[in-house]
Design a protein around this ligand. Structure first.
Ligand code: CAA
Length: 381
């Protein structure tokens, strides 16, 4: 596999790197501490074309490929994983889904403002009783003439408190289980929609995550994406792309922790020599470096597979599984290399460690990724 980047891919990587260093790095620790949503920098990411990287220019996006997208998420996440997931959700879970499944009229109405960064999007699948078992939805959408009436509660909505539009999945015929579900685009400013509890999270603390309740929320039939019955499959298909984004986020976090460890090991002395001269440290550095390189190959491979057309569920699951477990492993070792300094909030190591954990959980836990990979291996799915 040849991962020579094109001029265009290098340009978006450099743009994201430069923006992250100049605009995000100075606020990353502070917004982690306060948990405030970074509206200003998210707006600027939109102005730079980062909020709809793969969306064609005619729909307000940058018209680039999936490799460009992962490079941007990687660079942003290396500096701040909260910005990384805000970016990833808008690009993968929202814009990708709208571009793939919406009508021309829906694209003009929803995709154009979301891809150009004028509006922010969220994805609402999870419910209090169903995370991994995503087909088991209790939120109901009942058809009444030219609109649906929605009732129920959703949870764990990344970008939720800041979102203008949300892709919502709801049951239209609960007796049909996942085949009785539909997808909708919800305008969060309309009556009947209410934001719920904000999650007090371990990591990615500046990316707002919340519950949302629907109380007789009326939504026109024209805001339904695809057909009734397609909801679950649309969610799964969108999550394939989402998992590539999260794999790139995990890669960025791991790289940040690794680079800090290499630098620190060359500065810190113990027993009369730099700690980089101890084999114990060298072996940790070697293993970090190798696992990160393997993650990068899987992440870029999944993006290349997506760009080449066809199904990429397996490649996305492999990339997310390996990169997220690598991020957790590398950030744990990075704190070990730093010793007490790594455990202190004065350095960003403990933030990387807290941020890494979610990559093994959201958009499908590591166990779900293994399920997807095993089914591909055993059943050819
Ligand atoms: N693309 C399109 N269709 C797919 C698909 C895919 N990747 N995967 C499955 N399907 C289809 C199947 O073909 C099947 O179709 P039929 O009804 O025609 O047979 C249907 O969907 C059901 O498939 P399964 O039998 O495989 O379904 P399952 O109930 O066994 O579930 C699962 C499979 C992989 C476990 C799935 O439920 C899953 O991925 N769960 C995790 C959900 C998840 O990732 N949630 C995260 C939510 S988002 C989030 O984290 C918050 C955020 O804001 C970031």
């Amino acid at each position: 596999m040849d991962f020579q980047l094109t001029e265009e891919q290098r340009a978006i990587r450099d743009l994201a790197r430069d923006f992250a260093q100049k605009e995000i790095a100075p606020i990353a620790a502070q917004i982690d501490e306060s948990g405030e949503f970074p509206y200003e920098t998210v707006k600027k990411m939109g102005e730079l074309g980062l909020m709809g990287i793969e969306v064609p220019e005619k729909y307000g996006g940058a018209g680039l490929d999936a490799v460009s997208y992962v490079l941007a998420v990687e660079e942003i996440s290396k500096v701040c994983a909260s910005h990384g997931v805000i970016l990833s959700v808008n690009n993968s879970l929202v814009c990708y889904g709208l571009e793939k499944f919406c009508t021309e009229e829906q694209k003009q109405k929803f995709l154009v403002p979301l891809a150009s960064g004028k509006k922010l999007g969220a994805f609402s699948l999870t419910e209090p009783q169903s995370g991994s078992d995503a087909g088991n939805m209790k939120v109901r959408a009942v058809l009444e003439g030219d609109h649906y009436v929605i009732n129920g509660r959703k949870s764990w909505i990344t970008n939720g408190p800041a979102a203008d539009y949300m892709i919502l999945f709801a049951a239209t015929q609960p007796e049909l289980k996942h085949r009785g579900t539909a997808a909708f685009v919800v305008d969060t400013k309309l009556p009947g929609f209410e934001l719920g509890k904000k999650e007090p999270k371990l990591g990615i603390r500046a990316s707002a995550t919340c519950e949302a309740t629907y109380d007789n929320y009326k939504i026109p039939v024209s805001h339904r994406i695809g057909n009734e019955g397609d909801g679950f499959k649309i969610a799964m298909s969108i999550l394939d792309m989402g998992r590539i984004g999260i794999s790139a986020q995990a890669l960025g976090i791991a790289e940040a922790a690794y680079e800090a460890s290499v630098a620190y090991s060359k500065e810190r002395s113990a027993f009369g020599q730099k700690i980089s001269e101890f084999q114990a440290i060298q072996w940790m550095i070697a293993d970090m470096s190798t696992r990160i390189e393997a993650s990068r190959l899987l992440v870029y491979n999944a993006a290349v597979k997506k760009d080449s057309g066809g199904k990429f569920s397996r490649e996305a699951a492999m990339a997310k599984l390996f990169a997220s477990e690598t991020a957790m492993w590398v950030t744990t070792k990075a704190i070990q290399v730093h010793g007490g300094a790594g455990y202190s909030k004065e350095l960003p190591l403990e933030r990387y460690f807290r941020d890494a954990k979610i990559t093994e959980i959201y958009e499908g836990t590591s166990e779900i990724q293994r399920m997807v990979i095993a089914r591909a291996a055993l059943e050819g799915k």
